[in-house]
Write a protein that binds this ligand. Structure first.
Ligand SMILES: Cc1cc2nc3c(=O)[nH]c(=O)nc-3n(C[C@H](O)[C@H](O)[C@H](O)COP(=O)(O)OP(=O)(O)OC[C@H]3O[C@@H](n4cnc5c(N)ncnc54)[C@H](O)[C@@H]3O)c2cc1C
Length: 463
């Protein structure tokens, strides 16, 4: 055997697995057919966050008028914006390459296909390994009536390249995390944006109250949102893309004109075309590779992690699974045994959550008690000109156990760490309420939401 471990795919899951395997003394290789860093670094998490930041700076330059700061003219150099974003991607992917090299992980370039359960063809090389970790990720789901040309009809990768001029009217098909992040980017850059969602609620799976609060804040910024709505087809005419939009409830159809359409209707696992069927690796109907809590597939020395191994399709879930798979291979007592995986929409305000929604907690049979603290009552939020949103805490009324935290507000993603740790450590709401939080900080809203669960918040009435 050439290697103890061969990892297929160098995305967040794959490079975490490879580095941890090497740290544990295993001879490790990674096969990658594209750029190291995978979707997250190249066309996902990192470039979207760069564009979101740029858009927010433009919006904030306008808000500054409120405290007396005016700029003569906000002017955006689109090519500079694109190259700044690319520069960040380059720096980070370069960093991943050096980390792999520094840990003596061999990178084999090419598309990987299984020959047998221990042999993989990577480009023109044959690589053998005792253990194989599949980390091939996912790709955008498509709509047959909206074929992607990365010009008029774009997927998330096309939407990352900001066109010059900025499109006047943008339609986002799909009200999930990716749809909303791009809606926010383009709205801040000056487009008129509409988001349409087939389901009755945007951000599927999120807490219903928190989603309502999120939608309220986002609508205030001029983004139109329609649920129970679908886009059927389009026709390109001189004045733009004439899109037929249908109400799912009434069946009423109308045509609206846009300059660009973003298809953000989900992602599908990249599990096909690797000859997995012939080595006996089971794939579910939805295309995910089936794994147990040690990330082993139906062939025990073949593992699968990240987007290809199931929902939620998030980078930090892929990273954690990568570590677990490597540790299991190294003989460590490790398993994917986590209390909760956080989710974040990096709009402004951000929407971040971890643990159970109120409904999920009720469905599990808990006697639920909730507490809510609005940022409108936060001194720190006022000084940041960002008072939309709230912290909602879900708990078990009988034991005071913390069950979930849902935050719509500034820097919600960074505030979530406390809640994640609380859930992992089985904290009670009182544990949080008894912890001194620095003043003035946004994190105090988490403390006050905990106090509100007990109807003892200080800065709001406790009805
Ligand atoms: C626009 C966008 C924004 C996102 N933002 C966030 C965010 O803010 N936070 C977050 O947590 N998640 C975000 N995600 C999701 C995140 O990118 C994924 O969850 C994450 O990249 C999954 O990691 P992975 O290692 O499973 O796979 P991937 O990152 O998809 O990497 C898989 C790698 O495998 C390679 N590969 C595939 N098949 C083969 C083969 N046969 N041979 C060799 N190589 C192969 C691919 O080239 C790729 O490099 C975002 C996604 C998108 C599209």
């Amino acid at each position: 055997m050439d290697y103890d471990v061969l990892v297929i795919g160098a995305g967040p899951g794959g490079y975490h697995a490879a580095i941890r395997a090497a740290q544990l003394g295993l001879k490790t290789a990674v096969a990658e057919m594209g750029a190291v860093g995978g979707v997250c670094l190249n066309v996902g998490c990192i470039p979207t966050k760069a564009l979101l930041h740029a858009g927010e700076q433009m919006a904030e330059s306008k808000h500054a008028r409120e405290f007396g700061l005016t700029f003569n003219e906000t002017k955006l150099d689109v090519s500079k914006l694109n190259s700044w974003k690319e520069g960040i991607v380059k720096r980070l992917t370069g960093g991943v390459s050096s980390l792999l090299k520094g840990n003596k992980v061999t990178v084999v370039t090419g598309e990987a296909k299984f020959i047998d359960a221990n042999t993989v063809q990577v480009g023109d090389q044959k690589v053998t390994a005792k253990n194989i970790i599949i980390a091939t990720g996912s790709e955008p789901a498509t709509l047959p009536t909206f074929p992607i040309d990365q010009k008029d009809i774009v997927d998330s990768t096309g939407a990352l390249v900001v066109p010059d001029p900025i499109p006047g009217r943008v339609l986002c098909i799909g009200g999930g995390v990716i749809g909303f992040e791009f809606a926010h980017v383009y709205n801040n850059l000056g487009s008129k944006v509409k988001v349409i969602e087939f389901a009755p609620q945007v951000i599927p799976g999120a807490d219903a109250d928190a989603t309502k609060e999120f939608v309220k804040a986002i609508k205030k910024q001029g983004i139109e949102i329609e649920v129970r709505t679908k886009a059927n087809s389009f026709e390109k005419k001189e004045d733009g893309l004439h899109v037929e939009i249908e109400s799912v409830e009434t069946g009423a159809k109308r045509t609206e004109v846009f300059d660009r359409v973003l298809v953000a209707v989900g992602r599908r696992p990249r599990s096909r075309g690797m000859n997995l069927e012939n080595v006996g690796v089971k794939i579910s109907d939805r295309g995910f590779i089936e794994v147990n809590d040690k990330l082993q597939t139906s062939v025990p020395h073949i593992y699968a992690i990240g987007d290809v191994a199931g929902n939620p399709m998030l980078a930090h879930k892929a990273m954690k699974e990568g570590l677990v798979a490597a540790e299991v291979i190294a003989g460590k007592k490790s398993a994917m045994d986590v209390v909760a995986i956080p989710g974040v929409v990096y709009t402004s305000p951000e929407f971040a959550w971890v643990g159970l929604t109120e409904q999920e907690a009720k469905d599990k049979g808990y006697k639920v008690k909730t507490g809510v603290f609005p940022f409108a009552a936060s001194g720190r939020a006022m000084t940041l000109q960002s008072t939309d949103g709230f912290v909602k805490m879900v708990s078990d009324a009988e034991t005071d156990l913390l069950l979930g935290v849902h935050i719509v507000g500034p820097h919600a993603s960074d505030m979530l760490g406390e809640a994640s740790l609380g859930l992992e450590m089985a904290a009670t709401v009182s544990d949080i309420a008894l912890t001194i939080h620095a003043h003035p900080t946004l994190g105090e809203a988490v403390l006050e939401a905990a106090e509100h669960v007990h109807r003892q918040a200080i800065h709001i009435s406790n009805r």
